[in-house]
Design a protein around this ligand. Structure first.
Ligand code: BTN
Length: 264
């Protein structure tokens, strides 16, 4: 059952994100909440302590024990039509990476295409960008972000064996609200730059934070599995893989790293 929400008045000075955060103890999915209703002010943020039907990429579920992670979504409906959708995905990943820098040494952080944030090679954050459309036009964008903060290693068993939390990687508990503030500040900053049409920065930062270019990767597009060299990101956000002497571009797939190429 969804409890009545309360609004947290955040002390953050933000330009785009709303200063009042809608906070649920429990909800089905923060993404669904923002997609279901008609509209919200641009920059509305919804945070939940627990999700009963958290959504992941490619129809997966996203789960976390109560109040041990950050589960939140951001609603945008201004200045979105002229900005390529994939940039919002990259922006979210770049912002989480930058928001985690005060807590995690940069050498331990990495981005993996399209929008996973890793610590020591393990996924600590997933991002799901969903849209509402009308007459074939995107009318709003919801950026959903799940960051694993204080879950212990028991949680990362079985199919979650390649995931981790800040607690597991650093060995100490973190204040969810401190990490949340840091990530929101960096989202707000990067969104402001994107609104000023500084497109190249998001892509350049994304590439800078991804150490896997030139390395050997495995790409699963749900039909086939390909192995090859991670060459580049295409102009519209696709992953360019060199496989069997040819370049192939993917727009939706799961990537695993076979061999890094950190010493280029
Ligand atoms: C992934 O599969 O990597 C993306 C996971 C995204 C999870 C977040 S948690 C907050 C928001 N609400 C959801 O239902 N999903 C996203």
């Amino acid at each position: 059952m969804v409890l009545p929400f309360k609004k947290i008045k955040s002390k953050l000075k933000t330009t785009i994100l709303q200063p009042e955060i809608i906070h649920f103890k429990s909800i089905d999915s923060t993404n669904k909440y923002l997609l279901d209703k008609h509209s919200y002010p641009n920059g509305t943020v919804v945070l939940a302590d627990f999700q009963t039907a958290g959504r992941g990429r490619r129809q997966r579920i996203w789960q976390s024990p109560e109040a041990e992670s950050l589960l939140f979504s951001i609603f945008l409906n201004e200045n979105i039509q002229t900005i390529p959708l994939y940039l919002f995905t990259f922006l979210a990943a770049v912002s989480v990476y930058e928001g985690l820098l005060p807590f995690v040494p940069q050498k331990h952080l990495a981005l993996k295409w399209p929008n996973d944030v890793l610590i020591n090679g393990k996924k600590v954050c997933g991002i799901l960008v969903e849209t509402k459309t009308s007459a074939n036009r995107i009318t709003s964008i919801v950026i959903g972000i799940g960051i694993n903060i204080n879950q212990n290693s028991e949680f990362f068993k079985g199919e979650l064996k390649n995931a981790s939390s800040l607690f597991c990687s650093k060995g100490c508990k973190f204040s969810r609200m401190e990490v949340f503030s840091s990530v929101l500040i960096s989202i707000d900053k990067n969104l402001t730059e994107l609104n000023q049409r500084v497109y190249t920065d998001v892509l350049a930062k994304w590439k800078n934070y991804c150490p896997y270019f030139g390395g050997k990767i495995k790409v699963d597009d749900n039909k086939n599995i390909y192995e090859g060299i991670f060459k580049d990101i295409s102009q519209n956000g696709g992953l360019i893989l060199e496989t069997d002497g040819k370049e192939k571009i993917f727009y939706a797939a799961d990537v695993s790293i076979i061999k890094e190429n950190r010493n280029l």
